[in-house]
Design a protein around this ligand. Sequence first.
Ligand SMILES: C[S@@+](CC[C@H](N)C(=O)[O-])C[C@H]1O[C@@H](n2cnc3c(N)ncnc32)[C@H](O)[C@@H]1O
Length: 209
Amino acid sequence: MTRPAAANRRGAPTPSAAANDERHGDADWRCSTESVEPNLHFRLMAFSYGFRDTFLPRRRILSEARIEPGMRVLDYGCGPGSYLLPAAELVGEAGRIYALDKHPLAIRSVRKLISRRRLTNVETILSGCETGLPDNEVDRVLLYDVLHCLAAPTSVLQELRPVLKPDGALSLNDHHTAEGEIVSVVTASGLFRLLRRGQRTYTFSPGQQ
Ligand SMILES: C[S@@+](CC[C@H](N)C(=O)[O-])C[C@H]1O[C@@H](n2cnc3c(N)ncnc32)[C@H](O)[C@@H]1O
């Protein structure tokens, strides 16, 4: 099933959120206006992930997110779906994976995986920001290798924060971004708090709203 993204849940950006996004080169906080990369770039990336995932299976990274059976997980910027199968296995039939990406080719790859593997617990969302999910819907948000791609990171984080349950967690990695920058961007405006550093990921808990 593909879920259409809902109307923007956010109001105007806070001054610090807007400033943060401006530092990332996008004064326009409506991140849904972002463009997608050319299809060839996406295909090359998807091809290279075959090697990446052989040398470092995604399940090893997911283990740091502490995903349990029955959980609902949003894989934000899911790309061709490297985390999909292990995540779908971890949550099991009672759980749910929402695979979101702004690139139509990503959604197409994930849909192929869903039908080839007969996955019944995965939904796709084509969006550059809004998830269309209700508040307090998910136990985990995965933001893997996506932060550096975001033109308006704080706007996306503002969108993700309410979707996460109060005891949920944002699991993030990005080898393109320095640790200090990751922590300062994600904790801006008190949206999230750094909970722990793993070997390959950072885990953030939602801040007070
Ligand atoms: C480098 S890939 C990482 C894919 C996947 N998370 C992984 O690690 O295998 C980044 C993905 O994020 C998606 N992306 C970038 N900006 C986005 C945005 N604003 N909203 C949704 N997806 C976005 C891109 O289309 C791309 O598929």
